[in-house]
Design a binder for this molecule. Sequence first.
Ligand code: NAD
Length: 314
Amino acid sequence: MRMWPYETEADALRDAVRLARGMTYKNAAAELPYGGGKCVVIGDPKQDKTEGVLRALGRFINRLGGLYLTGVDVGTTVQDMEVMRMESPYVVTIPEAMGGPGDSAPATAFGVFQGIRACLREVYGSPLPQGRTVAVQGAGAVGKELVRYLVETGATVTIADIDQEKTSVLAAHYAVNVVEPEEIHRLDVDVYSPCAMGAVLNDQTLPELRCKIVCGSANNQLAEERHGDLLAQRAILYAPDYIVSAGGVISGVDSLNPGGFNRQRAMEKVSHIYKTMANVMAISKEQNIPTYRAASVLAEQRIAMIRQVKSLAV
Ligand code: NAD
């Protein structure tokens, strides 16, 4: 559930449809037994969020009887979900103490790390981050966890964030280099990992990239699809964002098991992102198409197959 001060209802609808489509592809490629959906709320999360609003939303979601499950997105928190949960069991991303998966960022970061390993194997013949250079854009919830995985496995990491406090805290914990936010995508590194905002692969940044691989959690990294074609033309391996950032939703879905959430099992499932990314690269090579299109092929193949299963008269 996203909460955002959309200017018009049409803007909100457009965003909901775009995001729902994104969730469909993400869930299909991650082999989850769910379709995609999104709920957007028009409002300022800093001012308009009250217990009344959240519980009213919970009641509305409950009326859908499980057709739609909701979780945290921009403008909402695990604590908001806890309030909504009072009205509906179809609110998924609740705290671990309540049987839910808690914060999704660590699982998302682990998935991105698996994506990076798969890309390293493709480009350098070995998935080991040891001795590789990685530029992480954004030292937020996902970025900081990703940095931990990378540093612990021997990569040389450079970070940037518009919030200096975030980079300072991270630099105090780990041996990382810090650069200005406008420099990070230009570094001569093995991997550029966008973990901040979307549309970072655009007409202005693309000619400036000097990395071999782009793999990060940020949603909608390609400003337009044609930027995915341009990356392929420049022989830069692009890990489609919804493939490698599926860790949060994979872990969230684990909490729907009858026995409740199991972190070890969830992380084991998230680790399959390595294989999914390898499959995307295999389709890309077989069909001679850029990786962003190969990811769509993978997702659409699964959607078509499951549609057939669902149409069986039993
Ligand atoms: P976050 O808000 O915790 O962190 C984002 C960080 O990026 C912040 O520290 C912010 O200051 C920084 N930032 C913003 N603009 C920047 C810029 N121009 N240059 C450098 N840094 C900048 O968010 P998050 O949860 O870490 O998510 C990061 C990205 O991953 C988002 O695009 C999000 O949609 C996506 N994502 C997150 C999850 C998840 O589980 N949290 C799952 C899937 C996708």
